[in-house]
Design a protein around this ligand. Structure first.
Ligand code: LLP
Length: 457
């Protein structure tokens, strides 16, 4: 094998990732050797410029495409993908609002200084405290997810003497996305209210909820929300869902005279995880969805609503990588005569549960040096005590991979830190931002003292 060529690595890595002439990879002009020396490993490394560019890219693409069909767009960054105070500020500085899905996410966004009016709160089982925190913060919208929640939000709004701005989350029956667990608009799952008639043949749950929300004086019905799934690579699902939601909006207007102002089409825009994979192009998807929306609008003869979207992964996923140090390297003979080299790193399923949970595929490279050694079939595994603790199922790594090497896994910015655990009482890695040749810690590494402090003995 020839040595890896110096230069930009390209997707699935963030745009600021390049290999220097000396073989060391850098992110945002900081070498990974320097990052490891300063912050230790494992560490989540975020390329700030890449995050900001993707946030801007989505905002501009959707604003432009929908302006052409005559309506406006709000882009909410889905904080569940990764939310820290700095990340929420970057999103806001790039003109995005922030979508939260719990009291914790709401608190971080508020700490970042995002005004309540630019926040949304989701959740299929919000607590009273979460609903009250949202009302007290003056959130721009609560997305209600069930008929009972309509009553609960109305009662809590009354207790505070406010009118709650709500959207109703509906399930359109459009099934899209990477894995069953991250596909959210088919019927047999917990989210939203179906647009299909109930078993009694009466109004669909979605319509019943919309009618109830229109009638309650404690609620202001802003619009209808649909999220169809995650890691979606085919635009057809977004277009189909938009059609269903716009028809529902027109039907509600016919029955009540209330034409709601807004339609949210959710998140789910897919990214590249492996070299050669093609992510959704924001310009293309924005144009496709805008023309689908315009076409149904014309067909129905209703003025277009304001549109909102909630991308998470597509903004932060490619901006992040995880930096590990290699430990044990073990060749294992396979039944078919091949050898698989098990490369253990100093983290694992506690910092990235996605391979174990969704069989998610990732790409890894040695980043602390280049090597001309023949590549071997490798599996990157963690240090947890179970065999499903896999970080990268299959990847070619140089045959001289050894303890002490720095290894990076690409595109871990979304749902890595946000789904991390303390399994085996490992301490969760820091989130380190890199920009313009410097790095700073956004979330510090947990310590064993942190863990002990929670344990009251
Ligand atoms: N809006 C709503 C209502 C959502 O439920 C989600 C994701 C998003 C927006 C953002 O979706 P994104 O653009 O990031 O795909 N843990 C899984 C993903 C679960 C997504 C849940 N909802 C994973 O690691 O793939």
């Amino acid at each position: 094998m020839t040595r890896p060529v110096a230069g930009v690595l390209g997707a699935p890595w963030s745009t600021g990732v390049r290999r220097r002439d000396d073989g060391v990879v850098e992110v945002g002009e900081v070498g990974v050797d320097a990052l490891a020396a300063e912050h230790g490993t494992p560490a989540y490394v975020l390329d700030e410029a890449d995050f900001r560019a993707r946030a801007r890219g989505y905002r501009t693409a959707f604003a432009t495409a929908f302006a052409e069909v005559g309506t406006g767009v709000d882009v909410y960054y889905a904080g569940k993908a990764l939310l820290t105070v700095a990340v929420a500020r970057w999103a806001r500085e790039e003109g995005l609002r922030v979508d939260t899905a719990s009291g914790g996410e709401l608190a971080v966004a508020l700490r970042a200084g995002v005004p309540g009016g630019e926040l949304g709160l989701h959740g299929n089982n919000k607590s009273d405290d979460e609903i009250l925190a949202a009302l007290d913060a003056g959130v721009g919208r609560l997305i209600v997810d069930s008929l009972v929640e309509i009553d609960r939000v109305a009662a809590l709004a009354a207790s505070r003497g406010v009118v709650a701005p709500v959207m109703v989350r509906v399930t359109t029956g459009v099934h899209a996305g990477g894995h069953e667990y991250i596909s959210t608009a088919h019927e047999d799952q917990k989210f939203g209210l179906s647009v299909n008639p109930g078993r009694d043949g009466g109004d669909p749950p979605a319509m019943r909820a919309l009618l109830a929300a229109v009638e309650r004086p404690e609620l202001h019905l802003l619009g209808i929300h649909s999220h169809i799934g995650s890691q979606i690579l085919d635009p057809a699902g977004f277009e189909a869902a938009a059609r269903v939601v716009l028809r529902l909006r027109a039907e509600l207007a016919e029955r009540t005279g209330v034409l709601v102002d807004e339609v949210d089409l959710g998140g789910g825009y897919g990214i590249a995880y492996l070299p050669g994979e093609v992510p959704l192009d924001p310009d293309r998807i924005a144009k496709d969805v805008a023309s689908a929306v315009a076409a149904v609008g014309a067909e129905l003869g209703t003025p277009l609503p304001r549109i909102s979207i909630e991308p998470g992964r597509a903004i932060v996923g490619p901006a992040g990588l995880t930096l590990y140090t290699v430990g044990t390297v073990k060749p294992v003979a396979l039944d078919d005569g091949r050898v698989r080299t098990y490369v253990s790193v100093d983290g694992g399923m506690s910092d990235n549960i996605r391979p174990a949970l969704y069989e998610a595929q990732y790409h890894a490279e040695l980043v602390g040096r280049s090597s001309a050694a023949e590549p071997v079939l490798a599996r990157v595994v963690g240090k947890h005590c179970e065999s499903g603790d896999i970080v990268v199922h299959e990847v070619q790594l140089p045959g001289d991979v050894r303890a002490g090497d720095l290894l990076a896994v690409a595109a871990t910015g979304a749902y890595g830190r946000s789904m991390a655990s303390n399994y085996n009482l490992l301490t969760r890695p820091p989130v380190v931002a890199v920009a313009d040749g410097g790095s700073r810690v956004l979330v510090r590494r947990e310590t064993v003292e942190d863990l002990l402090a929670l344990d009251l003995g």
